[in-house]
Design a protein around this ligand. Structure first.
Ligand SMILES: [Zn+2]
Length: 222
């Protein structure tokens, strides 16, 4: 499956849209001011029909009037510093973990490379211990029973088994967040959980590190 080509000039179709006023600084809470725009070309799933799209988006930049922290305003479901957005990554990793497709075949669906598919799988497998995700899920939704009895075994699991358990735990936590009323633009558990961390704490999880924290009680919310 090929991705539609974007306008080579890069400034064709995308609109520059932003609220009248920027949100307060995420670090110190002081008012911010708008500070220009940035053009990005993420690969994402369209929310309306799930089709894959290489989008062209203008993102509004802002700057804190007090601590001078600069940041970018992301639309729901949009994760920073990633060309392939998290729902797309989750789909490729799940295809390999739960199906019988290898990295070449799984990556072809999203016009990615097998190297990326392998890297994404390793990243998700090491992203967070399933037991930790289950503990947060139980805290948000005490009735959720997913993963019961699994925690003690996680260190013994092979890579493919481990990544499937992490994906399962992310899906369950993502579902609990939605039931708790958190507004999220992502569709996958991976996307929902990391979007939640980003919105709550400004934390951006890179390809080689796990979340520093999964939100404490006071931070539950969009
Ligand atoms: Zn600030």
């Amino acid at each position: 499956m090929g991705l539609p080509e974007i306008d080579a000039a890069g400034e064709g179709a995308a609109k520059r849209e932003r609220p009248e006023r920027p949100p307060p600084c995420q670090l110190c809470g002081s008012p911010s001011w708008w500070n220009g725009w940035r053009l990005v070309f993420p690969v994402l799933h369209r929310l309306v029909d799930g089709a894959l799209e290489r989008a062209e988006q203008w993102l509004a930049r802002m700057k804190c009037s007090s601590c001078r922290h600069g940041s970018t305003l992301y639309s729901p479901g949009m994760y920073p510093r990633r060309q392939y957005q998290l729902d797309v990554v989750a789909e490729v990793v799940a295809t390999m973990a739960f199906g019988d497709r290898g990295p070449t075949e799984a990556a072809r669906e999203v016009t990615g490379s097998p190297t990326s598919a392998r890297r994404w799988t390793r990243w998700v497998a090491q992203l967070c211990a399933p037991a930790r995700l289950i503990a947060v899920t139980t805290w948000i939704d005490p009735d959720a029973s997913a993963g019961a009895g699994m925690a003690a075994r996680t260190s013994e699991l092979c890579d493919r088994w481990r990544v499937s358990r992490v994906l399962d735990a992310l899906e369950t936590l993502g579902g609990a967040l939605v039931r708790a009323g958190v507004t999220l633009g992502s569709c996958s558990g991976l996307g929902r959980v990391l979007e939640w961390q980003h919105r709550s704490h400004g934390e951006v999880v890179g390809l080689c590190c796990e979340p520093r924290r999964l939100s404490p009680p006071m931070a539950l919310g969009p």
